[in-house]
Ligand binder design. Structure first.
Ligand SMILES: NC(=O)c1ccc[n+]([C@@H]2O[C@H](COP(=O)([O-])OP(=O)(O)OC[C@H]3O[C@@H](n4cnc5c(N)ncnc54)[C@H](OP(=O)(O)O)[C@@H]3O)[C@@H](O)[C@H]2O)c1
Length: 319
């Protein structure tokens, strides 16, 4: 079993694999129209499987249905009788067309939607806003001081902007806990564009989103390309672009998975959170309970050094 690890230089401990609940938008907001609906019963089962499997952290955002995903997460945690102190919840402020001071105006909404579950990590969702990074970090520091949030993070920041955010927070004596970015075996550009190196140098956790490339790395789309038609546009694009090129990689994952009596997608997740020691954690999405169970199960075995390298080599074309 892979052990819990610290979020950056904070004392917050997370399981290397969490669960992202972006899909739980309930048809609200821009993204809600394209995300499949997940019933309350299934949401509860997803949280049950995840928590019982050793997952303790969950990712949501204001943008995911303007509070709908946050409130659905809180409901499902509560339905399972899970205590606030036993989970780490991360959510994100949407900076688009806003100034940093909007954070203090909207934070109580986030708190209300999360209904008793602490905001353990509060992130700026992406770097485009009317305010500077310096002003945004000062605003996050203020929320921290007011005890509205427990730690500070960013998402989709490049290496230069991540370093700037780190420097501004450092002046205030606050660690930058995490940068959440798109990272998987079919999207490895953070290994060459400075993001990963900067995170390692500064002790910032990388939270990998879309770690299964929307399910592509489980092999299910290679086995049944018809299923691609059911995927919504964003995933169809990612999957279509990589379907052919990822065949040898998925074959390698499948081969290695057999040796551990697990599944190819579990090997892909395990690789992501072990290849760079403890720098990377990940938040696969789940729309069915079995998926959360499998994601949790991806922490229950150890790949050998030779297997880690074999997988890295098989996905070299995605570097
Ligand atoms: N910060 C950002 O800008 C940002 C952007 C995107 C995502 N995120 C976060 O990252 C999380 C995950 O990303 P994601 O949903 O884009 O991609 P993902 O985790 O790569 O893909 C999730 C999808 O993969 C399939 N899947 C998951 N486990 C499976 C299993 N065991 N077997 C077969 N299929 C499985 C499911 O597809 P089906 O539903 O088709 O079964 C699921 O919806 C989101 O929930 C969100 O919290 C953050």
């Amino acid at each position: 079993m892979l052990e819990k690890r610290s979020l950056g230089k904070t004392d917050i401990k997370v399981s290397p694999i969490g669960i992202g609940v972006m899909m739980w938008m309930g048809g609200k907001g821009l993204l809600g129209r394209i995300a499949p609906d997940v019933s309350d019963e299934v949401k509860n089962e997803i949280i049950k499987e995840a928590f019982e499997g050793g997952i303790n952290f969950f990712d949501t955002a204001e943008m995911y249905g303007f509070g709908r995903s946050e409130s659905n997460l809180a409901k499902a945690l509560r339905a399972n009788g899970i205590d606030d102190k036993d989970v780490i919840v991360e959510t994100k402020w949407n900076p688009l067309l806003r100034r940093a001071r909007n954070m203090r105006r909207t934070i109580n909404k986030r708190i209300r939607f999360l209904d008793g579950y602490t905001i353990d990590l509060y992130m700026v969702h992406q770097p485009i806003s009317f305010s500077s990074i310096k002003t945004e970090m000062k605003e996050l520091a203020r929320l921290l001081e007011d005890n509205k949030i427990k730690s500070v993070g960013i998402s989709n920041y490049n290496a230069e902007k991540m370093r700037k955010a780190h420097e501004e927070l450092e002046k205030l004596g606050i660690p930058l806990a995490a940068n959440q970015v798109n990272y998987s075996l079919v999207k490895r550009n953070i290994e060459s564009n400075g993001i990963l190196d900067t995170a390692k140098e500064l002790g910032i956790t990388i939270t990998a989103y879309t770690p299964l490339a929307g399910g592509l790395l489980t092999g299910k789309l290679h086995n049944n390309p018809e299923a691609l038609k059911k995927k919504f546009a964003m995933y169809r694009m990612v999957a279509k672009r990589n379907l052919e090129e990822s065949i040898p990689l998925v074959e390698t994952l499948t081969e290695i998975s057999k040796a551990h009596d697990v599944l190819p997608g579990q090997v892909a997740l395990n690789w992501l959170v072990t290849y760079h020691d403890e720098t990377v954690v990940t938040i696969p999405g789940a729309t069915k309970a079995y998926q959360a169970k499998e994601s949790a199960g991806a922490m229950a075995f150890n790949l050998t050094k030779a297997e880690l390298e074999e997988i890295a080599e098989a996905s070299e074309i995605f570097l």
